[in-house]
Design a protein around this ligand. Sequence first.
Ligand code: COA
Length: 163
Amino acid sequence: MTAIFPGTFDPITNGHLDIIHRFKRLWPEDKLIIAIAEGENAGKKPIFTTEERLDQARALTAGVRGVEAKAFAGLLVEFARKAGARCIIRGLRNGTDFDYEMEMALINRELAPEIETIFIPAALEHMIISSSAVRQIAGAGGNADWMLPEQIRAELRKKSAKQ
Ligand code: COA
């Protein structure tokens, strides 16, 4: 089976990585495509370019068998169909995520009934991690290291210094 883990990943956080590893623990033989939304999505204006986000996802999952990263634009389900994916994986942190994710899952199901959405609950230690918070904190000169893999911490510092 091929599964898609879509998102803006701006930047990819410890929460995202945890979902990737837990998916692989459950389905080690299956392929997981990290699908990185190009440009603006869901009202989010990325600070990292699509190429940078792709490189980050690839570097962080380099040792994980059956995981690859690709960029996509347009409808997620069309990308999923072209990739031959049977399901979409999303992390859930809280009730607010649930409302948003449930709606998105239902819309995607109307568009592509053959593709299922599977939710994986965030780990307790990742419940307040958010890419938006990372961007806000870094933009204001604060320290969001605890939300991020080491490599991303350095890249974020470089990016913040330039802005
Ligand atoms: N632990 C901690 N945080 C987690 C997490 C976990 N396990 N799982 C997700 N998150 C957080 C992220 O940090 C991020 O936080 P933020 O919203 O505060 O920035 C948030 O959950 C989700 O962001 P991300 O995972 O990057 O995804 P997204 O919500 O930006 O992605 C798309 C949305 C791209 C999947 C969606 O807009 C899409 O499918 N677009 C294509 C257009 C389309 O097909 N539309 C039709 C469907 S409505």
